[in-house]
Design a protein around this ligand. Structure first.
Ligand code: ATP
Length: 255
C-alpha cells in the first residue's frame, strides 16, 4: 500500500550501539514506497543491524526511524512488515505446507479465518514456486528451497514492507534470477516496498534505488543509473569503489 508521502522508511540521525561500539553512525536515508531498495556494502558494515532496527528487533537504537509513518518497533507494524533473516527460520520436522499453516495460524488465529489462512498459504507456496514440494519435510529440502520457505512465511498476510537479509546467498544463478523476478512482481503488482541487502554488487543493477554503506555510514543513496552517471563509472561496483576512494581522500584531508 502506498504511503501518502511515498516514503515507507525514514531515518534521521539513526544510530545503533552494539556492545561498546557504535555500529550505525547518524544515518539519514529514506526508502520509497513500492520500490526495491538495495542495501549494499561489505561484510560487517552494518546492513543486518540496519534491517533489525527497521523491523524493530534491534536494541539501543537512537535518532528517528519511522516505518509507514510509525516509530520502528510499534506493535501495529508487526503484521505490516515481513522479515527474512539470513538463517532460514523453518521447522525441519514439518512439511512446507505445515510450516506455513503454523505461521498463518499465528498471524490469523481462529476458526473463522480458516479460509483466509488457506488462501494465504496457497498463494505463498505459489509465490516462491514450491508447489511441487509443498508436502516435503523442510529438513529434506536443499538450502535454497529452505530459504524460499522462509520467504513464503514472510509473504503470508501480504506485508506492505518486506525486509530481506541477503536472500540470494548460496543460490544458483537461475534461482537468483527467479527470486529477483518475484521481488519485481511483488513491488510492481502488489506495491510492496522491498529493502533487500546484498554484498554482491551485480544485484545492485536489479534495484530501483540503492543505499551504499560502508563502516556504519551511508556513502550514497541513489538510483543505479544516476550513481553510475554521477561517478562516471560503468558499473555500480566501480561507482562504489570511486565513492570509497573519495571518502578516504576527504578523511585524509581532514587529518
Ligand atoms: N553483539 C555485538 N557486539 C558488538 N559488535 C557487534 C555485535 N554484533 C555485531 N557487531 C558488529 O556490528 C557490525 C555490523 O554488523 P552487521 O551484522 O550489521 O554487518 P553486516 O553488514 O550485516 O555484515 P554481513 O554482510 O557479514 O552480514 C560488525 O562490525 C559487527 O562486528
Amino acid at each position: 500500500m502506498m504511503n501518502s508521502s511515498g516514503v515507507a522508511v525514514l531515518a534521521r540521525g539513526l544510530t545503533v550501539v552494539r556492545g561498546d561500539r557504535t555500529v550505525l553512525r547518524g544515518l539519514d536515508f529514506s526508502v520509497l514506497s513500492g520500490r526495491i531498495t538495495g542495501l549494499l556494502g561489505p561484510s560487517g558494515c552494518g546492513k543486518s543491524t540496519l534491517m533489525r532496527a527497521v523491523v524493530g528487533t534491534q536494541a539501543k537504537v537512537g535518532g528517528i526511524l519511522e516505518i509507514l509513518g510509525r516509530p520502528a518497533g510499534a506493535a501495529e507494524l508487526r503484521s505490516r512488515i515481513g522479515y527474512v533473516t539470513q538463517a532460514p527460520s523453518v521447522y525441519d520436522d514439518l512439511t512446507v505446507r505445515q510450516n506455513l499453516d503454523y505461521f498463518a495460524a499465528v498471524l490469523l488465529p481462529g476458526r473463522r479465518n480458516r479460509d483466509a489462512r488457506r488462501e494465504y498459504v496457497a498463494r505463498a507456496v505459489e509465490d516462491v514456486d514450491l508447489a511441487s514440494h509443498a508436502d516435503s519435510l523442510a529438513g529434506r529440502l536443499s538450502g535454497g528451497q529452505r530459504s524460499r520457505v522462509s520467504l513464503a512465511v514472510a509473504l503470508l498476510g501480504t506485508p506492505e514492507v518486506l525486509v530481506l537479509d541477503e536472500p540470494t546467498v548460496g543460490l544458483d544463478p537461475v534461482l537468483r534470477r527467479d527470486l529477483w523476478d518475484l521481488f519485481h512482481r511483488l513491488a510492481g503488482e502488489r506495491g510492496t516496498t522491498i529493502l533487500v541487502s546484498s554484498h554482491v554488487m551485480d544485484e545492485a543493477e536489479r534495484c530501483h534505488r540503492l543505499l551504499l554503506m560502508r563502516e556504519g555510514e551511508i556513502l550514497a543513496e541513489d538510483a543505479p543509473d544516476d550513481l553510475r552517471t554521477r561517478t562516471r563509472s560503468e558499473t555500480v561496483e566501480q561507482a562504489f569503489l570511486h565513492l570509497v576512494d573519495e571518502a578516504d581522500a576527504l578523511q585524509e584531508s581532514h587529518r
